[in-house]
Ligand binder design. Structure first.
Ligand SMILES: *[C@@H]1O[C@H](CO)[C@@H](O)[C@H](O)[C@H]1NC(C)=O
Ligand SMILES: *[C@@H]1O[C@H](CO)[C@@H](O)[C@H](O)[C@H]1NC(C)=O
Ligand SMILES: *[C@@H]1O[C@H](CO)[C@@H](O)[C@H](O)[C@H]1NC(C)=O
Ligand SMILES: *[C@@H]1O[C@H](CO)[C@@H](O)[C@H](O)[C@H]1NC(C)=O
Ligand SMILES: *[C@@H]1O[C@H](CO)[C@@H](O)[C@H](O)[C@H]1NC(C)=O
Ligand SMILES: *[C@@H]1O[C@H](CO)[C@@H](O)[C@H](O)[C@H]1NC(C)=O
Ligand SMILES: *[C@@H]1O[C@H](CO)[C@@H](O)[C@H](O)[C@H]1NC(C)=O
Length: 323
């Protein structure tokens, strides 16, 4: 009898504790690439992958596999097989042909590959776009945010560093309650994120040191990230949570500096996490005012509204389909 109860209870308890750690599950809907520009492609100079795929979905699969954040895709078919921005039999066409013959396959990917996987999406100036009626441009982030000064970490995501010092609570609100983007304090529990963002801090500090201006920015030695311990809600001393309330115990990566986090009462006083330029994590008193790092979310999957993120702003092609 006792063993039966244990048999029933143990998996239940295991599920309960896993559930209350709120670990991320395999996404039911894979990351979605949203149509952002029609009859254009983004510069593929730093493409992660150039291939010919038989469908947009295969191109998106490839992009997910190599952690691309955007892609160009040429659907082909009778209306899209020729770039109507280059007039055939014109002088410029002949010049183009002569030029093309001097370039390698990889220097002119649009002529040889219909799927270009890109490291970063375009910002809202769309400065890297080329008119090409064979292609459409897609991004995980949809139409770019108008917020300025964000950084793309290739293959990782879009991040925004606020240099104005704030308490952890205010920092968290600034990231999650912005009118300009959907986001949160950055998830940090991975090597690529910790490494890339601490490198960003190093670069920032190097830049400000070479700017010999009177009101030059102070160096950033610590910046809040989305990880904190809450005395009332955390299940154990190791149970730090990110902005999505997922426990650090769900993740394998740690970058605690020596002596961090503290123990017991010490931890209760210092329970919000900040990143250092050396790529380590410090547990800090949450009231301390520090710069902080937000993460910009990918656009929500809206498969039923295929063109919800389509951009028709400056330098877009107004009439793609009936052109
Ligand atoms: C957009 O990106 C380009 C480089 O691709 C950069 O030169 C420009 O400053 C950026 N503009 C904004 C508003 O972020
Ligand atoms: C964005 O960058 C520009 C130039 O680097 C700077 O003048 C401006 O203060 C920055 N804005 C924010 C919100 O950080
Ligand atoms: C949060 O920010 C507001 C104004 O932006 C300020 O009045 C308030 O004192 C800040 N709160 C904390 C806890 O820092
Ligand atoms: C979020 O921002 C809106 C305005 O953009 C403001 O009215 C609201 O009070 C903010 N919420 C919090 C919790 O700060
Ligand atoms: C801890 O969690 C409780 C309950 O959700 C919340 O009211 C409190 O503000 C949190 N404390 C901190 C420091 O975030
Ligand atoms: C925690 O903070 C309280 C008051 O803010 C202070 O009296 C106490 O010494 C601190 N404890 C530790 C271990 O730092
Ligand atoms: C593409 O062509 C349109 C006209 O159809 C033009 O308005 C736009 O500026 C061009 N964009 C680029 C990036 O060349």
């Amino acid at each position: 009898m006792l063993t039966t109860i244990q048999f029933l209870l143990l998996p239940l308890l295991a599920n309960l504790s896993r559930g209350s750690l709120n670990c991320p599950t395999e996404a039911a809907i894979p990351l979605q690439f949203h149509l952002v520009r029609e009859c254009q492609r983004a510069s593929a100079d730093d493409a992660l992958a150039l291939e010919s795929t038989s469908s947009l979905e295969d191109c998106a699969k490839l992009a997910r596999a190599v952690h691309g954040l955007a892609l160009n895709y040429a659907p082909g078919g009778p209306t899209r097989s020729r770039n109507r921005f280059i007039q055939p039999n014109s002088g410029s066409s002949a010049r183009n042909k002569a030029l093309r013959s001097q370039l390698t396959v990889f220097e002119q990917p649009a002529e040889f590959f219909n799927c270009h996987v890109l490291q970063c999406p375009q910002n809202n100036t769309f400065g890297g776009m080329v008119n090409d009626s064979r292609f459409d441009y897609y991004s995980l982030y949809g139409r770019p945010t108008t917020v300025r000064n964000y950084s793309c970490v290739p293959q990782v995501g879009l991040f925004l560093v606020y240099t104005n010092p704030s308490s952890y609570l205010n920092a968290s609100l600034a990231c999650s309650n912005s009118s300009e983007f959907d986001g949160s304090l950055v998830h940090i529990a991975s090597e690529s994120r910790t490494r890339a963002l601490s490198q960003w801090m190093l670069d920032f500090n190097r830049k400000t040191r070479t700017m010999l201006e009177a009101e030059s920015m102070p160096d950033i030695f610590l910046a809040y990230v989305g990880l904190s311990y809450n005395r009332t809600t955390s299940l154990s001393l190791h149970d730090f949570r990110n902005a999505q309330h997922e426990s650090l115990m769900c993740f394998l990566y740690r970058a605690w500096d020596v002596g961090h986090p503290g123990l017991g009462q010490q931890q209760a006083n210092a329970s919000c996490v900040a990143l250092t330029p050396q790529g380590t994590w410090h547990a800090i008193n949450c009231k301390r005012e520090l710069p902080f790092i937000c993460e910009i979310f990918t656009a929500s999957p809206m498969g039923w509204k295929l063109e919800a993120e389509l951009d028709t702003g400056p330098n877009a092609v107004a009439e793609c389909r009936n052109g």
